[in-house]
Structures are given as C-alpha cells and as structure tokens.
Design a protein around this ligand. Sequence first.
Ligand code: APR
Length: 168
Amino acid sequence: MVTVSLALGDITGQHVDAIVNAANSSLLGGGGVDGAIHRKGGPEILAECRALRASRYGKGLATGRAVATTAGRLPAQWVIHTVGPVWSPDEDRSELLASCYRESLRVADELGARTVAFPAISTGVYRWPMEDGARIALATVRAAGTTVSEVRFVLFDQAAHDVFAAQG
Ligand code: APR
C-alpha cells in the first residue's frame, strides 16, 4: 500500500529514489520544474535525454508517457520525465494527466524505486487548475498497483500545498 505525503518547497532538494519531472515532449529542458531539475541536476541529465531522443524517442516523448534518466547531482538516483497535457477548456484531457502519474509509477516499479517525489504536473505553464490537478494526482496514485512505498507530492507554494491537503 503506498503512503502519500505532502511537502512544501523545491522538488530538487528531495532525498528520494526518483524525482518526477514535469517535462515537455522535446525532453530538452524548459522552465519551472524542468528548468530547476536540469539546472540543479547538471548536464548528465540532458545528455541522457538527448540519447533517448536519438534512439527510442526520435519524435519526442508523447503526452502521458514517462521515461527515466540519471538524476545527475540531485539527491536521488533517477529522474522520471513525464509530459503532462496542456489544459484545454474544450477537451477533457484528464486521462492523459492520470496517465502521467500511472506511467511514472510503472517506470518507478521497473527501476525498483521505493520513494518517489512528484510535482503537481501540468498545473504551471500548462495551466491545469490546481484543484482538479490535485484531485487527479491523488486519486491516480492511490489507485495505482505500485510497489513504491512512499509518494511525496512536493508543492512549490503554500496555496498549492493547501489545495492538496484539503483533498485529504
Ligand atoms: N519544485 C516543485 N514544484 C515546482 C518547482 C520546483 N522547483 N517549480 C515549479 N513548480 C510547480 C509549479 O508551481 C506548478 O505547480 O510545479 C507545477 C508544474 O509547473 P511547471 O513546472 O510549469 O510544469 P507544467 O505546468 O507541467 O508545464 C510543463 O513547462 O517548464 C516547462 O519544459 C516544461 O514545457 C514544459 C512545461
């Protein structure tokens, strides 16, 4: 049974087996969590991302999928990169967001990771409303048949933390 915990702060400081990155399909970096992970994790991470693009992911990583690389200088063994959906008022992409959490846990299981830190995927640049993003995150993780023992949601500000905490 997975234990779910909440933390407030920068995900790049979390001492866990795997840190999940809210990436984009290029896998070549960006802002937000992606920027912090590459900046703090160092060039090894990008080098492995480039190798993935040159091999299995020639067209980039599809939305809802996940892939692991080294964590470089971060206090973790792996970074699991996943691509969240951009929020759309016209189309319900909830299943794609749920897939990010499910697929990241599947990759974590393959790696043998026991503790995994997640950001609130898609709730920044990709504009997903925090409340709905938290609902999907918590429900998907709790329903996942995973061998991960602890999932830690690392929220960047108090408001996001309060939204996750209120979902219970
Ligand atoms: N630690 C934890 N959470 C963070 C951090 C951090 N260092 N930086 C940002 N966040 C939070 C944001 O406040 C937001 O709630 O992570 C959540 C996700 O925000 P983004 O990082 O913008 O990710 P997302 O909305 O999924 O957009 C992905 O943004 O950075 C680019 O390359 C990335 O194109 C991709 C897009």
